[in-house]
Design a protein around this ligand. Structure first.
Ligand code: SF4
Length: 322
């Protein structure tokens, strides 16, 4: 686990706010605002944060579904930030996405065989007959039966549908899978089955994951490292063990304080944050967390703290630690 597979450098995504008859741009929603991190080959990086923090927008930029406003994304040392057309198609098979709601991402009019054979056929890897032959092993790999191939997505449970979503993502042998709230819609018992499946597949196929979720327990279960996002910013990133044991950023501390400890079923002393998350259309000056931070200082209102390494491979964006 040493080569850098993905290198995200100062990536931003600003969505214009248009107004008036002429639809003039009157401002921007800063959904992702200068985020940098790396992902090693074979590693699982969890990205956690509340709804609206920019984590899904970040995932979609990595998948090249959304164009970054600024910054660079390197995949296997290749700059993919603005790849288009044929060049993008060539590399796209190497990174795939698993969505929250497998049902809406699976065409209900197609059989599972058609859904899973399609990527091989569309990418000219196999003719239709050969593509269909590849479906059986794919189904068994994700814990479904070969005979399931003739069913439609509506005949499966939520967990089984997510297995189909994972099978489709794996069809083209990707090296990176971005999973966006991949188990959020499932019952807790089914969640752990899918997480265990993803963990086994990672070992078997040497995959790397970016695992995006609002659920700290789910992220803890599957990740090697964890990054915490707040208002479009990455505020803390490091090993799962360190981050869950001794979080440094006041926002991470507050998030973890309200998450139940799954093993002991106890809560840490709860830190209640004042106020609401500010709008990404009008973020605060200085530290984006300063309007809610219990430790706010004068400098926090003026100077935005940058993400700085405070120990080996552990970084935090907070003036308390710089
Ligand atoms: Fe709180 Fe200041 Fe740190 Fe921001 S920089 S998290 S406001 S102490």
């Amino acid at each position: 686990m040493s080569e850098i597979l993905l290198d995200v450098q100062h990536v931003k995504k600003y969505f214009p706010i248009k107004q008036g008859v002429l639809l003039r741009t009157v401002g921007h929603v800063k959904a992702v605002d200068d985020v940098s991190f790396t992902l090693k080959s074979g590693e699982t990086l969890g990205i956690v944060g509340e709804s609206g923090c920019g984590k899904s927008t970040l995932g979609r930029m990595i998948m090249r579904v959304l164009e970054p406003t600024d910054g660079k994304i390197l995949f296997n040392n290749q700059d993919i930030t603005h790849l288009k057309g044929q060049e993008l198609r060539k590399i796209r098979s190497q990174f795939q996405m698993v969505f929250q709601d497998p049902y809406s991402s699976l065409n209900p009019k197609m059989t599972v065989e058609q859904i899973l054979a399609e990527p091989y056929y569309v990418n000219k890897i196999a003719d239709w007959k050969e593509a269909k032959e590849r479906v059986g092993p794919l189904l068994t790999r994700v814990g479904l039966k070969e005979t399931d191939r003739s069913k439609s997505p509506s005949e499966f449970s939520g967990g089984q549908r997510q297995r189909i979503g994972i099978a489709r993502a794996l069809a083209l042998n990707p090296s990176l899978v971005v999973a966006d709230e991949a188990v959020s819609a499932l019952d807790v018992s089914i969640q752990s089955q899918i997480l265990n499946l993803m963990r086994d597949l990672k070992e078997e196929l040497n995959l790397s994951y970016i695992f995006i979720s609002h659920n700290l327990s789910v992220v803890k279960h599957i990740s090697d490292r964890v990054g915490v996002m707040y208002l479009g910013n990455l505020v803390e990133i490091g090993s799962k063990r360190e981050l869950y044991k001794k979080p440094l950023h006041p926002y991470t501390q507050a998030l973890l304080s309200s998450a139940p400890e799954p093993k002991r079923n106890v809560k840490r002393e709860k830190i209640v944050l004042k106020g609401e998350v500010p709008s990404p259309a009008n973020p605060p000056s200085g530290c984006p967390f300063h309007t809610r931070c219990p430790y706010v200082m004068g400098i926090c209102k003026e100077v935005r703290p940058i993400l700085k390494e405070v120990s080996s491979e552990y970084s935090v964006a907070c003036h308390l630690h710089h």
